[in-house]
Design a protein around this ligand. Sequence first.
Ligand code: F6P
Length: 403
Amino acid sequence: MNIAVAQSGGPTCAINASLVGVYKEALKTPQIDAIFGSINGIEGIINDALIDLKTVIKTNDDMELLRQTPSTVLGSCRYKIPDNDEEIYQRIKECFDRHNIEAFFYIGGNDSMDTVEKLSRYLKEIGSGTKVIGIPKTIDNDLCITDHTPGFGSAAKYVATTVQEIIRDSSVYSIPSVTVVEIMGRHAGWLAASTCVLRANDEIAPHLIYLPECNFTVKQFLADVKAQMAKHKAVIVVVSEGVEIPEHEAEGSYQSGAVDNFGHKYLSGVGKLLEQIVSREIGCKVRSIELNVMQRCSAHICSKTDIDESESIGAAGVRAALSGETGKVMVFNRISDVPYVVDISCVAATEIANKEKKFPKEWITALENDVNENAFRYFLPLIQGEVKIRMKNGMPVHFKLNK
Ligand code: F6P
């Protein structure tokens, strides 16, 4: 039998580690012959754009380098399979038949699991034996059922490290200041909330953390900032990109209004808006910093725990397909925080596709401007360990398909 693997959705530091997990496990499996990589996610299957991975990932050294290379080596897509477009399904089926693909692994987030669900259902209905397995990933950490998602721990480690550097930078002057850091996460505040781990290193900041799960008002925000300014010279505010400002109409439109194929709005600009509000209403030195895409591909400070787990969950996906599973997504189950122990199992893709797991309300403080101890205990294990990154000329080396 042959297999195919594809990567989908927004980049992370760990998607290639999951690809390596699939690849290595397939190499050790005698019944698997060719291992195809699909270019740009499911679009590569629809358009028959496949590459034989054995011709590009040739040595252990290649695998090691790919494992620590951020983003998606095969490219990505944000493509939603139309519900009733028979032709698309037929093209996928033809591609699988043409290349004897008996198992397909889709590494992606909640939108990509929609593809896993629809495709596996279609293949079952037409009597095809090809198995479809989802391997989770997203820096947003918003997939249901799984304890956390591959890619999240590395993004959390980067944002905490960067916020710590911002704290040092912003505290040098004698004048009062406010620094607003905008962090990705779409409609879930996990990544912004994860900056609380800095308290493990005796940082008091971030002084305020705002999540999309909180009720945000400009009035309360200004009161919170003023209260923190009374105690701290340099106030650090973390805001998740998905926080909605009910009064934002008064500020003019701060978002582009553009949407992706799944209808998701491009979220960006809430930090800048809060900067303008602080400048106008408080009048102190204020700066906003949007971490933007840097937080997705910051492999130089990735979490070893995340990279190791991402490889393991890819390998587990291959074993699940070989044992007959289809239409399933691999998930982590946390057994304990200290010592940190997880195991891997799989659940029906319907449990995860198109759903969002929000940050728990019980982990948000009463004033809705910070998170509590439960969050801290949950996040800390996910950022542990460092990967020794290969360097050249003083810069990290990345694996590239066209060397
Ligand atoms: O993949 C998740 C994510 O990184 C979100 O945090 C963010 O809102 C979105 O993707 C950005 O999408 P794009 O990569 O299409 O700009």
